[in-house]
Design a protein. Structure first.
Length: 256
């Protein structure tokens, strides 16, 4: 039976003009079930973000099988949405207008567009900030807007590329808890790229460790910790045992 998201023997080499080719992915395999929260960790430059771009339909691999719902991914689609590290908000649009953007591009009429945007603004805890502009928001608030914008289009799959990397530690912890709350309500399939092992364990059903470039799947860890999760679980022996196991799988790729 084909997984909800499947990738088999995915290969990609970048060939910039007047420079040596760069093999980004080689023999990369992945299988993700519907409604699963899977995090991907690996050394810098191993192809984590590249793979998300392939899933989003922005990059076509050189070879291999990559699909969603049992169908090949041939380009961008409304069944997938991305949340980026850099927020990606339009500075001339208010919070509400930014959240409405994807709906507007889909041709949703103004009244239902506003209603949907409002629902997701409230879901991410930004009620009362609808008329504010990005320069009036903190980093954590901007990332909440980005998350609301992605969810408002009702994608089947949410792709998140180090979305909390630019936030301070306290805000990052709060956003992780907020993301878990929203995921438990919406039950979207989530692929989450991060460099933080703690973050990956706290959020995920499984964690995939990638090799150094050219990236491939090295090992997958099942995170058999009860949900709902709270901050205190991070100091339990079970959590720290998992952290050590994942670090041992990752460190040779980083140091090698």
């Amino acid at each position: 039976m084909t997984a909800y998201i499947h990738g088999q023997n995915v290969n990609l080499t970048f060939r910039p003009p007047n420079r040596a080719p760069v093999r980004a992915l080689q023999g990369f395999d992945i299988a993700v079930e519907e409604g699963e929260f899977l995090s991907i960790v690996g050394p810098s430059g191993c192809g984590k973000s590249t793979f998300l771009s392939i899933l989003l339909g922005l990059i076509k691999p050189d070879s291999g099988d990559i699909g969603l719902h049992g169908k090949p991914i041939a380009g961008p689609g409304t069944d997938r949405a991305m949340v980026f590290q850099e927020f990606g908000l339009l500075p001339w649009r208010s919070v509400a207008q930014n959240v409405e953007l994807g709906l507007q591009l889909k041709g949703v009429p103004a009244a239902p567009r506003r209603q949907t945007a409002q629902r997701f603004i409230e879901m991410v805890g930004l009620r009362g900030f609808e008329s504010h502009y990005p320069h009036e928001l903190s980093g954590g608030m901007k990332q909440r807007v980005g998350l609301a914008r992605a969810l408002a289009t009702d994608p089947d799959v949410l792709l998140m590329d180090e979305p909390f990397a630019a936030l301070d530690a306290q805000t990052r912890d709060l956003m992780q808890a907020e993301l878990l709350r929203i995921w438990q309500d919406a039950r979207k399939t989530v692929l989450f790229v991060t460099h933080q092992i703690d973050e990956a364990i706290y959020l995920s059903d499984r964690v995939l460790v990638m090799t150094k470039r050219p990236g491939r799947a090295k090992k997958i860890f099942t995170i058999d910790l009860p949900r709902p999760r709270d901050y205190e679980m991070r100091v339990t022996p079970e959590f720290n045992d998992l952290k050590l196991e994942i670090w041992n799988a990752l460190k040779d790729e980083i140091m090698g």
